[in-house]
Design a protein around this ligand. Sequence first.
Ligand SMILES: [Zn+2]
Length: 278
Amino acid sequence: MITTTKELLAQAEKTNSAIAAFNCYNAETIQAAIAAGEKANKGVIIAYGERYQDYMNIEAFAAFTKALAAQASIPVALHLDHSYQLETIKKAISAGFSSVMYDGSALPMEENVKTTKHVVELAHAEGVFVEAEIGSMQKGEFSDEEEGDGKLTDPAEAAWFVKETNVDFLAASIGTVHGMYKGEPNLQLDLLHDIANSIEIPLVLHGGSGTPEDQILKAIDRGIRKINVNTEISLAAVKTIREQLNENPTIHLSNLMTAAQDHMTEQMVRIIEVYKNN
Ligand SMILES: [Zn+2]
């Protein structure tokens, strides 16, 4: 069934778990994420980023996801990931996304607050929830996200930002990267603890790919309720495609894509099982 990001994160709060938000940009990624949620018996967030408009039309994406969600045995929420343009946010709201992320983290704080406030007003008027980010994440390997300066989130600034903007979820920068780590992952868990104590809304962790399980579990115990995963799944699909093509260079495209989808599903089930924090 279709649900909202807010509802999924509220359930995660009750069970001290986190919900996986998988970046999706075509039929196979959406189908893999929903199938994985069903296999693991846990709700999932289908996250579409602004830049994916080149790969799949936003209205078509929403309609396709909603049609599959209606038949799914688990709750599925539609979320707009990293967006920089108001135009995209308005399109997502009209298309029926339950939540949108406005990423003003690269802007001067005053401008980030001003624009985020505006997005919150637009979205809340339509019953849509808003995620924002303060601090800025660096880019690791194989990511298609923007580079950030790696500035960690300051707990007092986070509290002030949430109060000023009235956002519903906050992405904090605590040492993860977008993409795969170049060095040793080292999450700032004490900082996360302080941020969680200074705000009352659910916290989001971007850069789930390649983060060791023990650090993920500690982050969940300190209040992370949504974890974004992108690069790890893309790498898994590309690996399968490469293997299939090596084995059979004239494989039918439908079989090739199904193999990629099945491998993505397997990886997503593994990730959701970790995030359950049993
Ligand atoms: Zn992100």
